[in-house]
Design a protein around this ligand. Structure first.
Ligand code: TRP
Length: 498
């Protein structure tokens, strides 16, 4: 399934782009790939050649669970929605605990979606848009609240150039672009760290910060003793958004109840280090571990296995590009897996695994049959390089044009609505309503189970003296899917404690 998008051989970008992109790679020959929130590079081989990012290796190294046809089928069964093309075609390459979120969804237990962006410039490109496109779909599929964090503080601390004013301005502009991806204002809260830090959110930031040592951050993010302390502290901020108790206006003020609400984080794979940190500690702080969906990057124009970069304008198609610009960029810069001459193309066919126009089609073209037809025609040599580029241009132009139509409607008042602090609904109900209902239901179930267990006890004259188990009230608020299942299968004993 992933074969369509994970290149099986490294693409070789044209010289120009290779130089620019290589300048972002580690300055050593024969380097391993580096994928963390601050550096993404496929590494360099012994000959100094830039290598493609190996997404499978990332999955292995980070210990995530690869997406499988089974979990996609379960997603479809549970939500009644066909998985998004980004899920069907392997761009969502791995996950952590998606199954648990599906369990919750099945049982009507609340959770929320969390994603974000570091506003580092005012021009977002189509690569940035992909995780938001997935998130938009998930919000619709799960009908649940969504929190979008704009980490202007992170970008300020990580950049030599960006001032606080710049970062705040980018936040406002990026928020409008993000809104134009099509989020539901009734279910979405967008915030800027500079603006929102304080109150319950800041309490969680501090609680998390207190649990993290310098050593752990150094190891995870590759910082050293000359790294500024803001960078060391920031991971606590990004993690705090994964705790529902950071948002009393969305979920209500009852921390004991609200901390039982987990989140699902759709993000590009490079954000995983933040959330590994977060997951390691969540339960110690009596919160739920966040679940994750990892996305691979939309490749740069110069080749698959690379990543679009906003600062290398020939590597990226911007959401603000005009149709002509989209066309020219794809025609001029998109790395082709086609052959040099028409004769050779007819004879040998194009290599879709490294062909950027084909790769883009896997991201932008919805129709699976159409995509299969194009793949077949191109690989068999019936379709020429120019033709596949033309088709690609059309779909990318459409995506950008539709985006720009929606973007026109996002003015300051629309933006303010998304930043407003209001409760957000899960399946049409507030978190408080859902939690109260679930509590009632659990109480009832417990009472029924107890009655049944008592009856069984009375009936059987078993010799073994029954050991007394924890009183059911112990776990009244914290029973997650796992605990729940255990209770069901081990029958008469009290609820398993977490
Ligand atoms: N650190 C991310 C960036 O620089 C922004 C971010 C914050 C984020 N929270 C997130 C991205 C959650 C994805 C999911 O872009």
């Amino acid at each position: 399934m992933a074969a369509a998008v994970v290149p099986d051989e490294p693409g070789q970008p044209p010289k120009l782009a290779q130089d620019v992109l290589a300048s972002k790679a580690p300055k050593v020959v024969a380097a391993d790939q580096v994928v963390n929130p601050f550096e993404v590079s496929g590494g360099v081989d012994e000959a100094g050649k830039a290598l493609a990012i190996d997404f499978d290796k990332i999955v292995r190294d980070f210990g995530a669970t690869p997406m499988s046809p089974e979990i996609l089928q379960r997603f479809e069964r549970v939500t009644g929605k066909r998985p998004h093309r980004l899920m069907r075609r392997g761009m969502v390459s791995s996950h952590r605990d998606l199954d648990k979120m599906l369990d919750r969804y099945e049982k009507g237990e609340p959770f929320y979606l969390y994603t974000g962006r570091g506003p580092s410039s005012d021009s977002m490109h189509v690569g940035h848009a992909m995780p938001f496109e997935l998130t938009r779909f998930l919000q619709e599929a799960f009908n649940c609240p969504l929190v979008i964090m704009l980490t202007d503080d992170e970008k300020f601390m990580h950049s030599e150039k960006i001032t606080i004013e710049d970062a705040k301005r980018f936040t406002v502009e990026n928020a409008k672009d993000i809104i134009a991806m099509g989020f539901d204002p009734q279910k979405t809260f967008i915030f800027s760290d500079f603006e929102f830090v304080g109150g319950a959110f800041y309490e969680n930031i501090c609680m998390i910060a207190k649990h993290i040592t310098i050593n752990q951050i150094k190891g995870t993010f590759g910082f050293d003793d000359s790294t500024n302390i803001g960078k060391f502290h920031f991971p606590a901020t990004q993690s705090a958004t994964a705790y529902a108790t950071s948002f009393p206006h969305i979920f209500g003020p009852d921390k004991t109840k609200v901390r039982t609400i987990p989140c699902l984080i759709p993000c590009a794979i490079d954000q995983d280090p933040y959330f590994r940190q977060c997951r390691d500690r969540a339960e110690k702080m009596k919160h739920k571990k966040p679940a994750l969906l990892h996305m691979i990057f939309l490749p740069a124009l110069q080749g698959p296995g690379s990543k679009m970069s906003a600062s290398v304008s020939t590597s990226a198609i911007f959401l603000s590009d005009k149709p002509n610009e989209v066309k020219n960029k794809i025609n001029r810069y998109a790395f082709s897996g086609g052959q040099d001459t028409a004769e050779k193309q007819k004879e040998l066919g194009g290599r879709t695994a490294v062909d950027v126009p084909y790769q883009y089609l896997t991201f932008f073209l919805e129709d699976d049959d159409e995509l299969a037809r194009i793949k077949d025609d191109y690989e068999s040599g019936r379709m020429m390089t120019g033709e596949i580029k033309k088709i690609c241009i059309q779909y990318v132009q459409d995506f950008v044009a539709e985006f720009q139509e929606r973007r026109k409607k996002v003015d300051e008042s629309v933006r303010a609505d998304f930043f407003a602090r209001k409760p957000l609904l899960f399946q049409g109900k507030t978190a408080e309503e859902v939690l109260n209902e679930l509590e009632e239901k659990k109480k009832q179930e417990k009472a029924e189970k107890k009655a049944k267990a008592d009856a069984e006890k009375a009936a059987s004259k078993a010799a073994a003296p029954a050991k007394d188990t924890p009183r059911p009230t112990d776990a009244a608020v914290d029973g997650d899917a796992k605990g729940h299942k255990k209770t069901m299968s081990t029958v008469s004993v009290g609820r398993t404690k977490q």
